[in-house]
Design a protein around this ligand. Structure first.
Ligand SMILES: Cc1cc2nc3c(=O)[nH]c(=O)nc-3n(C[C@H](O)[C@H](O)[C@H](O)COP(=O)(O)O)c2cc1C
Length: 355
């Protein structure tokens, strides 16, 4: 293939480069993978309502998330085990995100520490994604370490009381290599090779709304609640002290049959009514996807698989290029829609596609 031009090009190249186990773990979803497909399909159910003669000689993709300036409204989502995709793992992703002028959420199952990531990409907006272990001491230490390393928010993922059945992984017998460094989880897990379901079995399924308050108080960092898809939970998130919510179904990897995140976004945005910031993830592959999510109420999106396709193909340069592609596509979309900045993307810029 010639120079990759799109996220889809990077996806094809990543599949060629990766061994079947890591590729399957990256690309797959849960159950029948209905939700996985829906996340992408939902974007095609909306079309644009462009306005003309708006003076789009200067278009900016810059915005803020939790008060931090980002050059594009796309933050890198937490993705576990990144050394499976490149020897530098999360440090390479961090360099790519920083080069693109955005931030990154680092998984509890990261293969690098927050300090290593901060050193690799000075000035990076780094968020700590938290899974709560049954052993709360492990989680306390993780939070304290993240704050000390300069993380500016905690992303508490709440859609994973158990890991869902991912049949593609089971078919290829995917296991986490025992020598993969997992600084925030290895002490709990031990050294035996394991499949991800065994590792996630150590998480605490009893986590409740009280723990959101505990985590917000303990870490003294703003908490981004990831995995909210109903108005009811969005309301509770705002009441219990979240600073932001991510409308997420874990990229179609948890509850199969959950709606596409784009379909859940309007009810969540309406419920919080500006009290907390709203982000969306799931199926972001084009700048037009970003624009539709912003028009329907998201302040920014998170991208999970897309930057990791870049990571697998070209390390930090690949992550950077994938994010630049999304930024260029978003800038073009804004221009052709008659918008000069992300703030101008309102529901009036989209309409349901004819069925
Ligand atoms: C390989 C892989 C690993 C993931 N690991 C985590 C994780 O450790 N923590 C988490 O909160 N979400 C995790 N996610 C979910 C992502 O943060 C995000 O919700 C999802 O990938 C968004 O969908 P997209 O991949 O279509 O962009 C993971 C997703 C993938 C694909």
């Amino acid at each position: 293939m010639s120079e990759p031009l799109s996220v889809a090009d990077y996806e094809r190249l990543a599949e060629e480069r990766l061994e079947p186990g890591p590729w399957t773990y990256l690309s797959g979803g849960s159950g029948d993978e209905w939700t996985l497909r829906e996340n992408c399909a939902a974007f095609a159910r909306w079309t644009f309502r462009p306005r003309v003669l708006c003076d789009v000689s200067e278009v900016s993709t810059t915005t803020t998330v939790l008060g931090n300036r980002v050059d594009l409204p796309v933050v890198v989502a937490p993705v576990a085990y990144q050394q499976l995709y490149h020897p530098d793992g999360e440090c390479a992703t961090a360099r790519g995100a920083a080069a693109a002028g955005t931030g990154m959420a680092v998984s509890t199952f990261s293969t690098r520490t927050h300090e290593e990531i901060a050193a690799a990409a000075p000035g990076l907006m780094q968020w700590c994604q938290l899974y709560v272990f049954q052993d709360r001491e492990v989680t306390r230490e993780h939070l304290a370490g993240a704050a000390a390393a300069g993380c500016s928010a905690v992303v508490l993922t709440v859609d994973t009381p158990r890991l869902a059945q991912r049949e593609r992984d089971l078919r290829v017998g995917f296991e986490i290599p025992p020598d993969l460094p997992l600084p925030y989880a290895r002490a709990t897990i031990g050294d035996a090779p394991q499949n991800p379901a065994d590792q996630f079995a150590l998480l605490d399924p009893s986590v409740s709304w009280r723990d959101l308050e505990w985590i917000a108080g303990e870490g003294k960092l703003p908490v981004v609640l990831k995995g909210v898809i109903t108005a009811e939970d969005a309301e509770l998130a705002a009441e219990h002290g979240a600073a932001a919510v991510v409308v997420s179904n874990h990229g179609g990897r948890q509850l199969d049959g959950a709606p596409a995140t784009l379909d859940s976004l309007p009810e969540v945005a309406e419920a919080v009514a500006g009290r907390v910031e709203v982000y969306l993830d799931g199926g972001i592959r084009r700048g037009t996807d970003v624009a539709k999510a912003l028009a329907l109420g998201a302040r920014a999106v998170l991208a999970g698989r897309a930057p990791v396709f870049g990571l697998a193909v070209e390390g930090d340069d690949g992550v950077h290029h994938v994010l630049e592609i999304l930024r260029d596509e978003l800038a073009l979309t804004l221009c052709l829609l008659g918008c000069t900045s992300p703030d101008e993307l309102t529901p009036a810029r989209v309409q349901r596609a004819p069925t």
